[in-house]
Write a new protein. Structure first.
Length: 221
């Protein structure tokens, strides 16, 4: 999905989509078993393509991982490399609660119901047992990773944070995303776009996000 953004971005803004092990083009690799494993996997790639003027963008679980990544960058002394962090479709930790039952114990039916509630599972997949099983295995692993990130210790980042969500996103209501303001000295507010949790599929919303980035940041030389 993020690869398509390259078609609409200005020359000064380069988009580098990141795929986790076991996802997308890396689906033949083993899924990560912890948040730390994911961060250790993707940080070297990020630093191989950019050492400064970095914009971190994450949606849903990806937003929580962007925060953990920013913490790691602070830990190793390169927080100043980040110019902006965009957190999409993700409530701040103060608005989250752990699941009563760990996702690793969820049944097939529970996973299907969760996927349907998110609105991220095409109807055709529901009618293909093998494909559905493959999809649910990835989803269950993502939900287990998500449990690690629910109780995140707050830090105050030196760079701006911009929140966003869909107007019909029950996963990340506006007020819950707004609480990310406590994590920065330069809060850029919450933008609300038409649609639900997967509002990023809408090209017009993506164009507005790109324009918003341009408005927040001067062109990066």
């Amino acid at each position: 999905m993020y690869g398509e953004w390259r078609k609409n971005t200005p020359e000064w803004l380069k988009v580098f989509p990141i795929e986790y092990a076991g996802h997308g083009g890396r689906c033949n690799e083993s899924l990560a078993s912890s948040t730390g494993e994911i961060i250790d996997d993707i940080l070297p790639y990020i630093l191989s393509v950019a050492r400064e003027n970095i914009i971190l963008f994450g949606h849903s679980l990806g937003a929580a991982l962007a925060v953990r990544l920013a913490k790691k960058m602070r830990e190793i002394g390169i927080e100043q490399s980040v110019r902006l962090m965009i957190l999409s479709g993700r409530p701040a930790p103060s608005c989250l609660q752990s699941s009563q039952t760990h996702p690793s114990l969820w049944s097939h039916e529970e996973l299907v119901n969760r996927a349907k509630r998110y609105g991220g599972i095409p109807e055709i997949i529901l009618n293909e047992p093998d494909i559905l099983s493959f999809f649910l295995h990835i989803l269950q692993n993502d939900l287990c990773i998500n449990e690690e990130l629910i109780k995140e210790d707050k830090v105050i980042f030196s760079f701006p944070i911009w929140g966003m969500t869909g107007e019909d996103d029950y996963v990340a209501p506006h007020k819950s995303v707004h609480q990310w303001k406590e994590w920065t000295n330069c809060w850029k507010g919450v933008s609300i776009f038409p649609g639900g949790h997967f509002f990023l599929r809408d090209e017009m919303s993506v164009q507005q996000i790109i324009e918003g980035i341009s408005n927040i940041l001067s062109p990066l030389e």
